[in-house]
Structures are given as structure tokens and as C-alpha cells.
Design a protein around this ligand. Structure first.
Ligand SMILES: Cc1cc2nc3c(=O)[nH]c(=O)nc-3n(C[C@H](O)[C@H](O)[C@H](O)COP(=O)(O)O)c2cc1C
Length: 227
């Protein structure tokens, strides 16, 4: 199994990325992680997580229970805080993550994922800001996230972007169309409700599960239609 790339940018919905990372690590995947400066602002605002891009450690993004701020929305993800959708669902967090994170600074173009010769199984930008979307659609590789996305497109590898914005303007829609035409998958952070969610956790896992579907990662994060 090849490595995956996960990039976090400054759109709302940082909790989707944290959960995605938890899931991928729990099932033992190796993840190359890049975080934009704007993403750190959102992580702080939404989840009370303080990220140091120069001295990153995984515990900044996935703190254990004791280190979590009392008002952090991340507590919503902890098993004790929610009722699982069904006995088979959303049990992933109780397992010990055994995957690996390889962190890259967003300005470092010398790393593996900046080159098409480094093989990966795909890249996810979650959440994806309109700014990052525009940069990729316009081919402006101004940081490592844009460059790695560009590489995935040119190498015809999976690129999944998870935009979060509403309403959407014509420029943003045009950029999404452009990216989709170039082979990218536009997977908006738009949870469905047909699986009868009863907590925010189920809504988060719906989106994360749909990302996993696109990556070809098996999961039981939500109950599928017709099952
Ligand atoms: C709290 C907060 C929430 C934001 N939410 C969004 C959002 O949902 N969608 C978006 O496109 N930009 C959002 N922004 C603006 C982006 O962070 C901003 O455009 C930034 O330049 C994006 O940079 P990046 O793509 O390099 O991360 C938000 C900013 C802040 C501070």
C-alpha cells in the first residue's frame, strides 16, 4: 500500500481533517501531512488546537483526552461523548492508531511529495479553502499543498478536494469545474441525512467516510443506503 497525502487548509471544518487523520492512522496507513498557516487559525478557532508549523508534533493535532481543552469541539469525537449509529459503526477511535505521519512544512518544496517520481495512492485536501482551490485550478504552485496537488493531477493520480463555502460564487464554481475536468474529485463537506444521524459525530463520519470511499479505504463509518 502506498502512502497517502493529507493537506489541511484554512476553510471551516477542521474537525473533518482531524477525524480523517485518526481514521487513516487507526487502520495503519502512512500519511504525508501538510498544514497551511490559515488552517492553524481555523484549528485554533474551531477546535482549540495550537499548531506550531515549525515544530509540529502529532500530539498538537491529535491530543490525548487529558491535554484537550475543556471547550474543544474535538471532544465531540470521543467515543464517550456520542452514541454510535449502530453496533458496527464508528468504533474506530477506540483502537490504538498504528499508522505513521510524515509532516512537511508548507513552504518546503524539496520534500518527496513535491515530485511526481514519488509514488502515492492519492491526496486529499480537507478542508479546502476557496483560495487553495483557485491556486490549484490556476496552476499556481505557491506552496507545497498546491504543488503536491498539481503533481497528483499531472500524474493522473487521485486528488480529492473537500471545499467548504456557502453560497458559492461563479468564480468558485468555475474553479471546481476546472479542477474536476482536470481529473480532481470535488467532494464538498456536505453530509447526507439519509443515514438518520443523531449526533454531529455521524455527520462528520459521513463526510470522512465518503472521502475514504474515494481513496479506496474500507470503513464502517456510516450505514450505507440499502444495507
Ligand atoms: C475562522 C476562519 C474560517 C474560515 N472559513 C473559510 C471557509 O469556510 N472557506 C474558505 O474558503 N475560506 C475560509 N476562511 C478564509 C481562508 O482561511 C483564507 O482565504 C486563507 O487565505 C486560505 O489560505 P489557505 O488556502 O492557504 O489555507 C476562513 C478563515 C478563518 C479565519
Amino acid at each position: 500500500m502506498r502512502d497517502l497525502v493529507v493537506a489541511m487548509t484554512g476553510a471551516s471544518g477542521a474537525i473533518y481533517a482531524v477525524r480523517l487523520l485518526e481514521v487513516l492512522l487507526t487502520i495503519g496507513r502512512t500519511v504525508h501531512l501538510v498544514i497551511s498557516p490559515a488552517a492553524t487559525v481555523v484549528l485554533d478557532r474551531e477546535l482549540a488546537l495550537k499548531i506550531d508549523l515549525q515544530k509540529f508534533s502529532l500530539s498538537q493535532l491529535l491530543p490525548n483526552e487529558n491535554d484537550l481543552a475543556s471547550d474543544s469541539a474535538l471532544r465531540l469525537l470521543r467515543p464517550a461523548q456520542h452514541q454510535p449509529l449502530d453496533p458496527g459503526g464508528s468504533a474506530v477511535l477506540s483502537e490504538i492508531p498504528h499508522g505513521r505521519v510524515i509532516y512537511h512544512h508548507y513552504q518546503d518544496f524539496s520534500v518527496s511529495i513535491a515530485s511526481g517520481s514519488f509514488l502515492t495512492e492519492g491526496m486529499v485536501i480537507c478542508p479546502c479553502s476557496m483560495g487553495t482551490l483557485a491556486s490549484i485550478a490556476g496552476g499556481h504552485s505557491e506552496n507545497l499543498i498546491h504543488r503536491a496537488a498539481d503533481v497528483h493531477l499531472k500524474e493522473r493520480r487521485k486528488l480529492i478536494v473537500v471545499p467548504r463555502e456557502t453560497p458559492l460564487g461563479s468564480i468558485q464554481l468555475d474553479n471546481m469545474k476546472r479542477l474536476s475536468d482536470a481529473g480532481g474529485v470535488i467532494l464538498p463537506a456536505m453530509p447526507g441525512f439519509y443515514h438518520n444521524p443523531t449526533s454531529i459525530h455521524h455527520l462528520i463520519d459521513f463526510v470522512v467516510g465518503r472521502i475514504c470511499d474515494q481513496l479506496g479505504v474500507e470503513h464502517n463509518l456510516f450505514r450505507r443506503w440499502g444495507t
